[in-house]
Ligand binder design. Structure first.
Ligand code: SAM
Length: 309
């Protein structure tokens, strides 16, 4: 086969990683393309990643490895908490974060707050492989609202808060959910010993934003841990940050993670287990250096962090 034969004929999607680099993916078909009140939305089927959700030109998840992202986002915090019963998800439009939380036998209620009802409608229609019926689970309460406004108004308390938001883009709907003021509100809404976790952008293309999110969470929570996983869909390692009022995810042994997983979680996970838990929190030296860089300071409402950075 020649190189020319390997080239996909048809539509390509260009996705910028930074202002100076992008990746390009062959699209098999476009299932939906439109603009909501908050963002541009496309649901496409990529030739090699399968169906994917794209918001404001950025791939949010694809069938190829959404389980890697969603299991990495949800399970480290949920397994670290001794007995998570009430969980709040902000964002998470695909319904896959809720799917992972609802696997826990201990979970009595999941409140999911996404700003964009149109994204939810489209996910329900086009991405059943991702939500797998989570929107119909009687334990799920779906609220359409800005996550920060919801938390500012409510007195509800949670054991675990999961922030599955779009990246902090200037002019986008989520950048005020990456600030000291916002994490302070989250902290107040946690029960004793509670944890929050946020996706924290690419550790390859935006390591300084990742570190800013880490420093911002660390200025509010007594225990803060950062971790990463490789995501083929994002062509990058992806960062997450946990803020905890007590339990420390880094102190769990692989055996403890495996025991807790088998007694608490319904069904078989595809990615996460005790060994993976330890690997996630083992950051390479150059990333640890960025986290410690003294020139990186917490983001505030007055001085938010934006991509690209
Ligand atoms: N996996 C993702 C990533 O890598 O960026 C995040 C996925 S999830 C689809 C992001 C969701 O956050 C979207 O459904 C979007 O509508 C929601 N969202 C953005 N800003 C929000 C806000 N202020 N409050 C609640 N939801 C928000």
């Amino acid at each position: 086969m020649s190189l020319a034969d390997m080239s996909h004929e048809g539509t390509w999607m260009i996705e910028f990683n930074t202002p100076y680099s992008f990746h390009v993916r062959g699209i098999k078909r476009v299932l939906y393309s439109g603009v909501t009140k908050y963002q541009r939305v496309a649901i496409v089927e990529f030739e090699d990643l399968g169906k994917a959700l794209i918001l404001d030109g950025k791939t949010q998840s694809s069938l190829y490895d959404e389980f890697v992202y969603h299991e990495s986002l949800v399970h480290p915090a949920m397994i670290t908490h001794p007995n998570p019963r009430r969980v709040l998800i902000l964002g998470g439009g695909e319904g896959a974060t809720a799917r992972e939380v609802l696997r826990y036998r201990s979970v009595e209620e999941v409140v999911m707050v996404d700003i964009d009802d149109e994204v939810i409608r489209l996910a329900k229609e086009y991405l059943p492989e991702m939500h797998q019926g989570s929107f119909d689970d009687p334990r799920l309460k779906l609220i359409i609202d800005d996550g920060r406004k919801y938390l500012e108004r409510s007195n509800d308390k949670f054991d675990v808060v999961i922030l599955d938001l779009t990246d902090p883009l200037e002019g986008g709907p989520s950048y005020l959910l990456y600030t000291v003021e916002f994490y302070s509100i989250v902290r107040k809404r946690l029960n004793e010993g509670g944890l929050m976790v946020t996706q924290a952008t690419s550790t390859t293309y935006s390591a300084r934003t990742f570190a800013t999110i880490y420093r911002t969470v660390a200025s509010v929570f007594p225990v803060t841990r950062a971790y990463q996983v490789y995501m083929h869909s994002f062509d990058s390692t992806w960062g997450f940050v946990i803020g905890s009022l007590g339990p420390d995810p880094a102190s769990l042994t692989p055996e403890e993670v495996n025991d807790r997983t088998s007694s608490r979680v319904k069904g078989e996970l595809r990615f996460y287990d005790g060994e993976v838990h330890r690997a996630l929190f083992t950051l390479p030296k150059h990333i640890r250096r960025v986290l410690e860089d003294p020139s990186i300071i917490p983001a505030t409402d007055q001085r938010p962090t934006f991509l690209p950075a």
